[in-house]
Structure formats: structure tokens, C-alpha cells
Design a protein around this ligand. Structure first.
Ligand code: CP
Length: 346
């Protein structure tokens, strides 16, 4: 690892985790994407993870993440075990020193190393609580996994990042263009809920690590996390690429090579719902008309997407939309991450 991010720092165990794209750097991310593209072109004929077992732990719903990891594991010869914490397994406590007289029966301090006695890697999906960003950005669920795990940990989406999605996003772009110095527009999109910032964080990190110029287009008050933003600016400055922040979608789309749409909640007004008035929605919803301002840009979204709220049908169903490829590439990048973490990527 080139560095360890504050929020995903665990006990120094010498284990390599896939918790945050920033820990892997441009070289590490490029290596994983190259491996994923190789696996997509020619799936391995042998079973390089035969005899391994993998625990996929979910605290929140999923379609793509659960299915892509289970299929990736099985196709490499590993045995996937999927657990929905609190539904068929015990409710988990994550707070150090907690008096466990509530609904949680087991502490992650015990459960995580137990999983390590059975499995060769563990993966976690844990969305933020939505109470305070100050607490959520400390990764209250992922941090104990990193601290107590005796095997590699994969972040399947936490408060601060969704590195598996970011990897698939960069792979999808690389399949269609050399991303270096291309204009990547990350645009906020309307929603009825206050959504997590993990996907926009990792999408922006992947774009910058891929050498793209980043345009963050968001309404006032919808900035990304300050530490993430500082990293994006530092990494871009180091690479000689640009970061621009704007609240003007019409201008942002001009010359775009990629438009990445996603809704996220205001960190400065944590938990508050986004404005719902029709004019605000129209200004921020991705439309075919807005896409015509671009350089025939790819339209990306991690899915699930709320049609005609975040993105119009006419834009989502056009040839430039690569959302299904992005989803497919979750499978190939999942295989790459598993092989790399388990030392079977050669
Ligand atoms: N993009 C993504 O992570 O999808 P799921 O929430 O369905 O896993």
C-alpha cells in the first residue's frame, strides 16, 4: 500500500485489504483493472481459488455487489458464504467498550476473527448511520473489521467509499477511451432520499487515479468530504491534471467525455432531504438535451437508478449509456480483487 487513509486505518497486521482506492494508488488500481480486463477477455480455465472460502457480510441491501461477488467466488473455485447481519445471524455490536444490554448479541471483536478461522477473506457492506457525518466518516463498522480481521478485508461499500464500484467504473471508461486528460464530470442528481457519499467519493478517486480531469458539479452545500476533496486536489496536482468545482450543470457538460450521475446527501446538513421542487429537479436531472452538450460522452451510473428522477429514460437508454457494462464489470473487478488479495493473481 502506498498509504493508509485515516478512516480505514486498522491495527498494523501486515495484511493487505481492499478498503479504499487511495490506499492502492494509481499503480495498484491500474494493475487491478488490467487484471480484470484480462479475466473478462479470457476467464481462467482452472480454479485458482479452489479450496478457499469467502464471507460476504451485508448490513444493507444489494443486488450487484452480492451477486457479482458470489458469482466471482464460485467461478474461481471458492465457496462463497453470504451473511445478512441481524437476519439469520446475530445482531452485531461495533462500539468499543459497549455494555451489550441492547439488541446486539455479538461483538465484531469476536465475530470478525471467528470468520477468519473459517474463511480466507471477509467482505463488508455497511452504509453510514445517517446521524452525524463526524461519526459516520470514522467508519464505525468497517474499522472493527480492519482492526480485528486475521484475513484480508474487502470494503463492499462503507461511509467513505465504494472502491469495488470505482474500480469497475475506471475499467468501463478504459474499455472505450484512454482516460488521461479526458473530462470526467461527476454530477449530483435529484433524489427523494439523503443518500451516502461513498459512490461519488470512489468515482472521483478512480477518475483522478486514471489521469482524468475532474469536474465536480453539485448544488451549493453538496460538497464531498473535506479530506477526500483535499486528496483529490493533491493527487491531481501531483499528476498535472485539473479539479474544478461548479454549481452550473449546463457549463459543466460542455466538452465532457464522461458524465457520471449520482445523488448524495448534503454533509453540511446531514440527513436533510434534498429540495424537491420541480425547477430544482429539472436543473439537476440528466437529460438527453444536456448530454448533447458533451463530446458524445459516456453516461455512467452505479445503479440502482431512479429513472426520470435522476436520469431521463431518453438519456439512460441511448447508445452512450454504459450502465450495464459498469454493472457487468463489477464481476470482473471482483475476481481481480479476490485473486490479488489471496495471492493468486499471477
Ligand atoms: N452499485 C451497487 O453497489 O449496486 P448494489 O447496491 O445493488 O450492490
Amino acid at each position: 500500500m502506498t498509504m493508509t487513509t485515516t478512516a480505514t486505518k486498522g491495527k498494523s497486521t501486515g495484511l493487505r485489504h481492499f478498503a479504499d482506492l487511495r490506499d492502492w494508488g494509481a499503480h495498484g488500481v491500474e494493475k487491478l483493472v488490467a487484471l480484470a480486463r484480462k479475466l473478462k477477455a479470457a476467464p481462467p480455465k482452472d480454479l485458482p481459488l479452489r479450496g478457499k472460502s469467502l464471507a460476504f457480510c451485508f448490513m444493507n441491501p444489494s443486488l450487484r455487489t452480492q451477486v457479482s461477488f458470489e458469482v466471482a467466488a464460485a467461478s474461481l473455485g471458492a465457496h462463497p458464504v453470504t451473511l445478512f447481519f441481524g437476519q439469520g445471524t446475530w445482531n452485531m455490536e461495533s462500539r468499543d467498550g459497549a455494555v451489550m444490554d441492547g439488541s446486539a448479541t455479538e461483538h465484531l471483536k469476536d465475530a470478525v476473527p471467528v470468520l477468519g478461522r473459517y474463511c480466507d477473506a471477509v467482505a463488508l457492506r455497511a452504509f453510514p448511520s445517517g446521524k452525524t457525518w463526524e461519526e459516520d466518516r470514522k467508519e464505525p463498522q468497517l474499522s472493527p473489521f480492519l482492526r480485528y480481521s486475521t484475513v484480508p478485508v474487502i470494503n463492499m461499500e462503507s461511509s467513505l467509499g465504494h472502491p469495488c464500484q470505482g474500480l469497475a467504473d475506471l475499467m468501463t471508461i478504459q474499455e472505450r477511451m484512454d482516460p488521461r486528460r479526458k473530462r470526467f464530470v461527476l454530477t449530483w442528481a435529484p433524489h427523494i432520499k439523503h443518500l451516502p457519499s461513498a459512490v461519488p467519493h470512489s468515482a472521483a478517486q478512480a477518475a483522478v487515479l486514471g489521469g482524468m480531469d475532474l469536474v465536480l458539479c453539485r448544488p451549493e452545500g453538496y460538497d464531498l468530504d473535506g479530506e477526500v476533496m483535499a486528496w483529490l486536489k493533491e493527487e491531481s496536482a501531483r499528476r498535472g491534471t485539473k479539479v474544478e468545482v461548479t454549481d452550473d450543470p449546463e457549463k459543466a457538460y460542455e466538452g465532457a467525455h464522461v458524465v457520471y450521475a449520482k445523488s448524495w446527501g448534503a454533509l453540511s446538513n446531514y440527513g436533510a432531504l434534498p429540495p424537491q421542487d420541480p425547477a430544482f429537479r429539472d436543473r439537476w436531472r440528466v437529460s438527453a438535451e444536456k448530454m448533447r452538450r458533451t463530446e458524445r460522452a459516456l453516461l455512467m451510473h452505479c445503479l440502482p437508478v431512479r429513472r426520470n428522477l435522476e436520469i431521463d429514460d431518453a438519456a439512460l437508454d441511448c447508445p452512450g449509456s454504459v450502465v450495464l457494462d459498469e454493472a457487468e464489470n463489477r464481476l470482473h473487478t471482483a475476481k481481480a480483487v479476490l485473486l490479488e488479495l489471496l495471492g493468486a493473481s499471477k
